[in-house]
Design a protein around this ligand. Sequence first.
Ligand code: SF4
Ligand code: SF4
Length: 84
Amino acid sequence: MALMITDECINCDVCEPECPNDAISMGDEFYQIDTNKCTECVGHFDEPQCVQLCPVACIPIHPQHVESREMLMAKFNRLQALKA
Ligand code: SF4
Ligand code: SF4
């Protein structure tokens, strides 16, 4: 599942540099996650790094982007191939 950032985000800047997939960026009013790049950290870490760090717990699962671990691993592999 890709994750999403809600409007409870306080723009603390903590999550953005920690995302291993560069999926987090500043949006119009608060930070946002690119669902094409978020693997829930599958392939990099055991836990989603942004969720671990967010001080206000505003990063739930994106209801329109529910993906299995296999799908997330396939996304990870696609992203790695693009980097190569
Ligand atoms: S779960 Fe991982 S890949 Fe997804 S946005 Fe958070 S830090 Fe980035
Ligand atoms: S860590 Fe949470 S509050 Fe801070 S910028 Fe990221 S989503 Fe927003």
